[in-house]
Design a protein around this ligand. Sequence first.
Ligand code: HH2
Length: 287
Amino acid sequence: MQPITKSAPSEGHFLHCGSFQLDLNHPHIMGIINVTPDSFSDGGKHLAVDQALSHGRQLIAEGASILDVGGESTRPGAEPVSIEEELRRVLPVVEGLSQEGYLVSIDTRHTEVMAAAIKAGAAMVNDVNGLRAEGALEACAASDVAVCIMHMQGDPLTMQIHPSYENVVLEVNDFLNLRAEAALQSGIKANQICLDPGFGFGKTVQHNLELLRGLSSLLDLGYPLLAGLSRKSVLGAVTGKGTDDRVHSSIAAALIAVQHGARIVRVHDVAATHNALAVWSAVENTQ
Ligand code: HH2
């Protein structure tokens, strides 16, 4: 895997993220920093600012290209937090890690948090709600950050009650297509957009497996794909393991996602994923 560069590329395929260019000829790891008391697998571990900062440095040392900072759990059934509380949790972490020169992504559904995080140095906005909140598209278009547009059926409080689709891959495809179009209309450039099918967000185990199997068909939309399967319940359903015992299945899922076209994988276990992708890259590059 190649490190990210800070200079504009002359050729190739890049995701433009503020002053960073992510080289999409190689898969990248987005390391997760949940500054929350209640995230499903690492809640409470990185609540203090200095803990979150040192976790971020460690994830970079282990091979992450992007640090995804979130202050609101979106696990199924999670209660929303106030904007003030979310800002209080994420802003010092976004600012600190950006100032250290890292590519920081803000994981939020809220326009106010997006705008404040961009001001604090975030180079990517990762929105599980697909930039559908009022003003979200405009807040992102006002800068040159990258955006990750994710599919979710329903909202975190209720999304796992009765997820239903006629054809999950087609419906996710159509949603992402419409949202990417809306992003372009708002002034966000095509080379700033990546798309995510939203594993676990309003999907049954079967829906998640179908989506992973059909992931490469989403490449036809013409944008890089991000996949987040790390430690998710679909892996628990397949292996029978609890959240803390899903590292191996998460590595398998990340590898399958990359094999099926994902260029960014959002993970908790960066070192292990980095090793797995190094093997994948070595095989791909010796063809
Ligand atoms: N999954 C989670 C949060 N943000 N963003 C993207 N783009 N894709 C995902 O699949 C995704 C995401 C949920 O995982 P996590 O952050 O570990 O848990 P929690 O929401 O409980 O904080």
